[in-house]
Structure formats: structure tokens, C-alpha cells
Design a binder for this molecule. Structure first.
Ligand SMILES: Nc1nc2c(ncn2[C@@H]2O[C@H](COP(=O)(O)OP(=O)(O)OP(=O)(O)O)[C@@H](O)[C@H]2O)c(=O)[nH]1
Ligand SMILES: C[C@H](OP(=O)(O)O)C(=O)O
Length: 202
């Protein structure tokens, strides 16, 4: 299956600014991109990076500097999948399940309302990313009479957006992005109250 992997090449991962410097965020975003593309290929997909700027990368790259939604919609030629470049916990098994699921539209929801991965088999479907896009994508599918399958997957639900997502990567990741994080100047732990683990710098 053809798989688009959208990638914001300039100033990526701004929501991690509290724990990672700009150069670190750029390196981390690249590590996640390589990780996700490799996992897509292991799952039997053919990744194409849909990047906002030119990129030196071992996978095919197409450059489109428009916003995410129009850039993806212009290339939504079914059957096609869209897998976000920040799914650093994804595994070949999880992506195989996504690619192999029946349905005109297959959605892997993200924590907080996003759409972390999609398979599109219906010619009239289009994406509408940002905001609560999982709800928008359900609505768009319903409006065109497309069947929807949702994938219940911890590994596809965690996209690395906020510092707390790094906790999940540190605890459950085993690819290049997790290796990058292990060497990064951040640590995972709990405070004196013993509540949820958090990430701190230094
Ligand atoms: N091609 C393309 N990819 C994008 C664009 N915006 C985000 N992405 C990618 O889409 C996926 C989801 O992005 P977000 O998590 O919403 O944004 P982000 O830029 O990674 O992070 P923030 O700066 O913290 O919002 C990631 O793989 C991004 O690299 C865009 O405008 N164009
Ligand atoms: C692009 C956006 O990603 P998030 O901001 O949820 O990571 C979405 O899935 O709609």
C-alpha cells in the first residue's frame, strides 16, 4: 500500500519546547521520521515523505509547502494510507493491522482527538486535519456513505506531541526515536507525590 508520511520540516515539534531546544527538536523529529518510515516498510507499506521542505532522506520525498490538509488531499489517491511521522511507538504489527483492516476508511485515533493514521479506499473521502479531526473524519465519511473501521491500538494512539508523550516513548519505545531520547538531556520520573511519571530536563 502507498503510505503518505506528512512531515513538518521547519520548526517541528514546537509543543516540546519546554524540554527540548530547537536543534534537539529538529533532530528528534528526523529520528521519528526515519523510525516511522522504516516501520511502515516493515509492515509492507511503501512510504513517501510529504515534506514542507526539501529533505535528505533514504525514502522518497515529495515537497509541498501548503498546510497539511490541502497537501494530503491533493495526493489522496485510493487505496492510500496516511501515517503521521510522530508515531514513534508504532510497530510493524500495529501498522499491519491498520493496513489490513476492512472498511472504506480506517482510522487510528490519537489521544486528544487527532487522527494518527488513516487508510482511504473511498474515492470521495478527503481529510480535515487539526482540531478534533477524528470527529471530522467520521462525519466526512458518513456524509459520503463510506464505511468506517476504527483501530483500537495503544501504539498507534500515542503521537509524540507534548512532553508527557515522551514518557510513553521512554517506557515503551525500542526504535531509533527511543534511542535518540535515551541520549537526550531529559529524564523520566515521578515527583514526591508519586503520581504520573513526567519528563524533566537535565
Ligand atoms: N506536510 C506537512 N506535514 C505537517 C504539517 N504540519 C504538521 N505536519 C506533520 O503532521 C504530523 C502531525 O503534526 P502535529 O503534531 O500536528 O504538528 P507538529 O508540527 O509535528 O508539532 P507542533 O509544532 O508541536 O504542532 C507530523 O508528522 C508533522 O510532521 C504541514 O503543514 N505539512
Ligand atoms: C494533525 C493533527 O495532529 P495532532 O495535532 O493531533 O498531533 C490531527 O491529527 O488532526
Amino acid at each position: 500500500m502507498d503510505v503518505l508520511v506528512p512531515f513538518a520540516a521547519t520548526e517541528p515539534k514546537t509543543r516540546l519546547a519546554g524540554v527540548l531546544r530547537p536543534d534537539e527538536r529538529a533532530a528528534f523529529a528526523r529520528a521519528m521520521l526515519e523510525d516511522v518510515c522504516g516501520t511502515v516498510a516493515e509492515a509492507g507499506g511503501s512510504p513517501t515523505v510529504l515534506s514542507t521542505a526539501d529533505l535528505d532522506c533514504e525514502w522518497p520525498v515529495v515537497v509541498d509547502d501548503r498546510l497539511l490538509t490541502p497537501a494530503v488531499n491533493d495526493r489522496l489517491d485510493p487505496p492510500v494510507a496516511v501515517v503521521m511521522a510522530d508515531l514513534a511507538l508504532s510497530t510493524p504489527a500495529a501498522l499491519s493491522r491498520l493496513f489490513g483492516a476492512d472498511g472504506d476508511v480506517v482510522i487510528a485515533p490519537g489521544l486528544g482527538g487527532g487522527t494518527n493514521a488513516l487508510v482511504v479506499r473511498h474515492p470521495d473521502f478527503s481529510t480535515d486535519y487539526h482540531g478534533v479531526s477524528v470527529a471530522d473524519h467520521r462525519r466526512i465519511a458518513e456524509a459520503i456513505g463510506a464505511t468506517v473501521t476504527e483501530i483500537d491500538s495503544f501504539r498507534l494512539s500515542v503521537d509524540i506531541d507534548e512532553p508527557e508523550d515522551l514518557v510513553e516513548l521512554a517506557l515503551h519505545g525500542d526504535g531509533p526515536a527511543a534511542a535518540w531520547l535515551e541520549d537526550a538531556p531529559v529524564g523520566v520520573g515521578t515527583d514526591a507525590t508519586g503520581g504520573r511519571a513526567t519528563v524533566t530536563r537535565g
